[in-house]
Design a protein. Structure first.
Length: 67
């Protein structure tokens, strides 16, 4: 879940890494539009965000590291 840096509160979205594209597609099909905690959720594949000048890309998060 992504949080606001200033307040620490949830920004209302998050990311999940799936084991395969098939599993991701199944999750999207089965969960998109469902109600969770009284609110309808949107489930979709993440898209790359266009880089804005000076914005730093991924909201200050560094790319994944390999260990």
């Amino acid at each position: 879940v992504v949080t606001d840096r200033g307040t620490g509160q949830s920004r209302g979205f998050g990311f999940v890494e799936m084991s395969s594209s098939g599993e991701a597609g199944k999750a999207i099909t089965e969960l998109n539009g469902r109600e969770v905690g009284g609110r309808q959720i949107n489930v979709s594949e993440a898209r790359d965000q266009e880089r804005r000048s000076g914005a730093g890309g991924r909201g200050g998060y560094s790319d994944r590291r390999s260990y």
